[in-house]
Design a protein around this ligand. Structure first.
Ligand code: ZN
Length: 249
């Protein structure tokens, strides 16, 4: 059966001189692995279509055995600004890794697909903030949204700002914020300042919320947010993403 899909190339793997296997994250079907014959021949219509992070309209034949046969491919969007901005390029590769390694075959997440493209388009500035916002969409789509309005263990409300400063920490294993009474139940907890907490809540909230101008956010709080999210993504993935160190390096 022939299928149409809009796809982001999340992994390209050379297979032989004349064929190429790529991992595509499609809007319609989720992740697929597809074989492009003639993938390395000169003048092939597939020659450059399956470069990492290209957006490609594809037609493929669904096969049994998990490797689809690509019959048509047309590049519809590329992100050339990533080539001139190393932090943005690393962030793009990181997004590809999260889509490739964090999702299952044929498990579609159109909201995640849209968030990936929107992030790749806007990775010209505020890279840490945009990567963090994408990670939160990725976590939500996979069912691992961290709880940020209350203690993830006992559900005690933890609003910001508070009349009395409360020592709140953060734990991927517990599933979000942890109040002082529950700290002993969160072995992987890390301290999280009120500023970092409010950044996280802002990023996880509705996208129309006006983001704070970067100069008003202390760098130490940005680092806290990056560390908390990196730890959460690693927890969900079961390992530290290969590109994470480059994104936060
Ligand atoms: Zn609690």
């Amino acid at each position: 059966m022939s299928e149409n899909a809009l796809a982001l190339v999340v992994r390209g793997t050379d297979w032989s001189e004349t064929s190429r296997i790529s991992t595509l994250f499609t809007r319609e079907f989720g992740k697929i692995r597809a074989l492009a014959k003639g993938g390395r021949r000169l003048n092939s219509k597939f020659e450059i279509a399956f470069d990492l992070l290209n957006v490609v309209q594809v037609v493929f034949l669904k096969k049994t055995g998990g490797l689809e046969l690509l019959t048509e491919a047309q590049i519809v969007e590329r992100f050339p600004h990533l080539r001139t901005n190393l932090p943005a390029l690393y962030a793009g590769y990181y997004i590809a890794e999260l889509l490739s390694e964090g999702t299952q075959d044929y498990d579609p997440h159109p909201a995640l697909f849209d968030a990936a493209l929107e992030t790749l388009r806007t990775l010209t500035e505020s890279v840490p903030r945009r990567v963090s916002a994408f990670e939160l969409v990725w976590l939500r789509e996979l069912g691992y949204s961290p709880r940020l309005d209350a203690c993830a263990v006992c559900a005690r409300g933890l609003s910001v700002p508070e009349a009395e400063p409360v020592r709140v920490e953060y734990s991927p294993e517990a599933g979000g914020l942890v109040c002082p009474d529950c700290l002993s139940q969160a072995r992987d907890r890390r301290p999280l300042s009120a500023v970092a907490r409010s950044i996280l809540q802002g990023l996880a909230g509705p996208p129309d919320g006006a983001p704070k101008p970067p100069e008003l956010v202390p760098l130490s709080a940005v680092r806290e947010v990056r560390a908390a999210l990196g730890q959460t993504v690693s927890y969900v993935l079961g390992r530290r993403p290969r590109l994470l160190g480059y994104v936060d390096g």
